[in-house]
Design a protein around this ligand. Structure first.
Ligand code: NAD
Length: 252
């Protein structure tokens, strides 16, 4: 579906979170196939084992852990060994479509911890290495829910707007130091993400809008193409962008 570019990431070390499944897995795979050294992390160990087996012979190191936990972040920085050329913050969770009057504290806090706080902490941990090198690319996976309110519940929509804002902040403050930060906003993608609809009210409000506006479901490799482009020097003049990769959903 998407052609790899020989050697595009040769000599580069890239951290990919959520690398055990879906968009993260496709991203890690493409970077490794294009010659990069991948530090692949996920909270599910078996998924990382499967990835390593599939990419046997390529340069893939795995770190198991919750991206929101400081121990995981420390382990990732150690695994990188003093060099991080790129960071793809892909891991994320949904929110059961709970609207503002139904969202509970546990859902709100967990969604923000995985979708915003984890990426912020990991970015903060690798920025000193990137700044010292005078170069680095951070790519955050946002969502259609970073662009509109009808794609998820209150917690997920707020978290994805937050990560879009954080992306711009990194680009603004650290652009002059050679750092680029961009986000990709996927529409619907065929992955293992859990998206239960737990609100009757939300089903009635969101359902009809989605049914009439949502384009065909994309494949994770299509998102990996956009993410790796933003990680690579091909996008050298792009900084602070939130790029929809959604089949045009955002313009409906
Ligand atoms: N699939 C979609 O339709 C869609 C649409 C828009 C945005 N996204 C975003 O894309 C990103 C990737 O999602 P996906 O669809 O590939 O889902 P996925 O569930 O297939 O993959 C996500 C991976 O992240 C891992 N993960 C979850 N919580 C984690 C944590 N706390 N620490 C470490 N790893 C964790 C999971 O184990 C899983 O392997 C997410 O940020 C999601 O919000 C997905």
């Amino acid at each position: 579906m998407t052609d790899t570019t020989t050697g595009r990431f040769a000599g580069s070390t890239i951290i990919v979170t959520g690398a055990g499944s879906g968009i993260g897995r496709a991203t890690a795979t493409r970077i490794a196939q294009e010659g990069g050294r991948v530090i692949a992390t996920d909270v599910v160990a078996a998924r990382l084992d499967a990835l390593r087996t599939e990419l046997d012979g390529l340069d893939v190191e795995t770190v198991v852990g919750d991206v929101a936990a400081t121990e995981t972040i420390d382990a990732l920085v150690t695994a990188a060994g003093g060099r991080v050329d790129g960071l793809a913050n892909v891991a994320g969770i949904m929110d059961a479509f709970l609207p503002p009057d139904e969202v509970d504290d546990a859902t709100w806090e967990r969604v923000f911890s995985v979708n915003v706080t984890g990426p912020m902490r990991l970015t903060r941990a690798v920025l000193p290495l990137m700044i010292a090198a005078g170069k680095g690319s951070v790519v955050n996976v946002a969502s259609e829910a970073a662009l509109k309110a009808s794609a998820a519940g209150a917690a997920y929509t707020s978290s994805k707007h937050a990560i879009a804002g954080y992306t711009k902040s990194v680009a603004f403050f650290h652009g002059p130091q050679g750092i680029r930060a961009n986000a990709v906003a996927p529409g619907a993608v065929a992955t293992n993400i859990e998206a239960p609809m737990k609100s009757e009210y939300a089903a009635g409000r969101v359902g009809p809008i989605m049914q009439t506006t949502i384009p065909p479901v994309a494949q994770p490799e299509q998102l990996a193409a956009a993410i790796t482009w933003l990680l690579s020097d091909d996008s050298a003049n792009v900084n602070g962008a939130v790029l929809p990769s959604d089949g045009g959903w955002s313009v409906v």
